[in-house]
Design a binder for this molecule. Structure first.
Ligand SMILES: C[S@@+](CC[C@H](N)C(=O)[O-])C[C@H]1O[C@@H](n2cnc3c(N)ncnc32)[C@H](O)[C@@H]1O
Length: 251
């Protein structure tokens, strides 16, 4: 994903159409509400809003200016700063936890893990999460799926096998992580999302493989998607896959 600025229509569609995260994700690592927490690749703030309602001090790092604008507008009280996972603009031992939602697969895993280990206090938590599909949209959107089949990517670049839900062996540089972090814990949380037709249009419109098409191709495609969505609302049965660990206390 580009770390400069994406076309303007993309940000609002992302915020409107993409799923958020279940409330329990902020509790998996049993952190105190007084904790200082860092979120990397915070995007428009979907997880950040959960974190800021739970923790005293939240710092959100996001390299994309357009995303950062939405983040700052939607998350007052959060420190929203420019930076990347490979170059985190914080001091050593600055935070008690690092959260990453739907983004670790964009990082240079080893460089990011080394930076995360640097900014985490010994014993601090790393929580990594992704929303993955967990069944068909209800009611069925077969007509939209058929329409999109020719442009639907074969590989979403996610670190999970979409059929089995198993982690890919290199999900986040496990050999490196295991030298620095405690054994990794794993949870699956239901995270159904209900969207009206415009929300579902936005969901598809925020996908890079549609958002980045030239306007003269993108607009008719989005209109065609809209024309097939005649129900009042749609349920997308996401499952949030969470993995968390702690920096070894001796680091
Ligand atoms: C799919 S979005 C996820 C946003 C948000 N975490 C969420 O769950 O909605 C991926 C985000 O990763 C950011 N990103 C891409 N490469 C990055 C990097 N190397 N370091 C930090 N953020 C990065 C992008 O700018 C984008 O906002």
């Amino acid at each position: 994903m580009a770390t400069d600025e994406m076309p303007g229509h993309w940000y609002d569609a992302y915020e409107l159409g993409r799923p958020g995260y279940p409330a329990q994700v902020v509790d998996v690592a049993e952190l105190a509400p007084s904790a200082t927490v860092l979120e990397l690749a915070a995007g428009s703030g979907k997880l950040t809003r959960r974190l800021s309602s739970r923790f005293a001090h939240v710092v959100a790092v996001e390299p994309d200016r357009g995303m950062r604008r939405l983040l700052a507008a939607g998350c007052p009280g959060v420190e929203a700063i420019d930076g990347t996972a490979e170059r985190i603009p914080l001091a050593d031992d600055a935070v008690e936890a690092v959260f990453v939602a739907q983004a670790f697969h964009w990082f240079d895993n080893e460089a990011a893990l080394a930076e995360i280990a640097r900014v985490l206090r010994p014993g601090g938590a790393l929580v990594v999460l992704w929303n993955v599909a967990n069944g068909p949209v209800v009611p069925s959107i077969t007509a939209v799926e058929e329409l999109l089949a020719p442009v639907w990517p074969q590989d979403f670049g996610l670190p999970l096998d979409m059929m089995s839900g198993d982690w890919a062996p290199n999900a986040w540089s496990l050999p490196f992580a295991e030298r620095t972090f405690d054994p990794i814990c794993d949870a699956r949380l239901p995270n159904p999302q209900t969207l009206d037709p415009e929300g579902l249009v936005a969901f598809f419109g925020s996908m890079g493989w549609i958002a980045n098409l030239p306007d003269e191709e993108r607009r008719p495609l989005v209109d065609a998607i809209r024309s097939h969505l005649t129900a009042a609302e749609y349920v997308l049965p996401w499952q949030t896959r969470v993995q968390w660990t702690r920096l070894e206390a001796s680091q």
